[in-house]
Design a protein around this ligand. Structure first.
Ligand code: FE2
Length: 253
């Protein structure tokens, strides 16, 4: 499995607190069958995102844990004014492995009406936004139609592994499966914060997806699609509608 959303770097946000925590998280991931993890510390009002510090901790952690799992650069990018302006000026600063895919998180309180336009601007700058856990966002839970608009302009969707197995409540679980049924999910990722509850072990999610949609879908969402994002390649699994839309603005890169 390849995990494109995790808070494994210690001391940067509300994820791992110490390097030992970080090591425990990556070892747990490796034991569960994860070969690659993207470290995505928050960039938000609460947590400052420092590129050099992220790179440095990534290297230290990779050295400490050995070659497996492979660790990659990334960011949990909150869609706020300062971040968006900065990403438009420095498009590869926040993306996975400084490539094309950007993990974006909406505010839980309000989603601005011009957000589609903002995401299109990011697209024109060569960035492919991946909307993180829409199933857990209270605005999108209330108004799922909003997500259709983002989907139509080429945004991708990542669901949290443990939403599928009920950790985030019934509403998130139902929303996650509804998105799955509509073919609107491109990635399942851990969004791990520690090793007790929000962990790096994605085996249960794999099993749940395989049981409902077959092993091929599990492989696409937890392995081949995220692996392609890590390498900045186009995704092996996308829905027909998205392929059509891709020809409009997404052809820019
Ligand atoms: Fe996150």
């Amino acid at each position: 499995m390849v995990d494109i959303h995790s808070h494994i770097l210690w001391g940067l946000d509300d994820g791992a607190k110490t390097m030992d925590d970080s090591l425990a998280m990556v070892r747990m991931a490796a034991a569960a069958g994860t070969t690659d993890i993207v470290a995505t510390p928050h960039a938000s009002y609460e947590y400052h995102f420092d590129v050099d510090l992220v790179e440095q901790k990534l290297k230290e952690l990779q050295t400490a844990c050995g070659p497996a799992p492979a660790l990659h650069y990334g960011c949990d990018f909150h869609l706020m004014f300062e971040n968006i302006e900065d990403a438009l000026q420095h498009p590869r600063k926040y993306t996975i492995n400084h490539g094309n895919y950007l993990m974006v998180e909406f505010s839980d309180a309000v989603i601005a009406p011009n957000m589609s336009h903002v995401l299109q601007r990011l697209g024109a700058a060569g960035i492919r936004p991946v909307i993180t856990h829409p199933e857990r966002n209270s605005v999108l839970q209330r108004t799922p139609k909003m997500l259709d608009g983002f989907f139509e302009i080429g945004c991708l969707v990542q669901v949290t592994a443990q939403s599928l197995t009920g950790l985030f409540g019934r509403q998130a679980e139902q929303a996650a499966w509804k998105l799955m049924e509509r073919g609107m999910v491109h990635f399942v990722a851990s969004d791990a914060h520690e090793t007790a509850r929000r962990t790096t072990d994605m085996r249960q999610a794999w099993k749940a997806v395989a049981e409902r949609f077959g092993p091929e879908r599990a492989e696409q969402l937890l392995d081949s699609n995220p692996a392609a994002a890590v390498r900045s390649e186009s995704l092996p699994f996308e829905t027909f509608e998205l392929d059509k839309m891709k020809k409009k603005w997404y052809q820019l890169w």
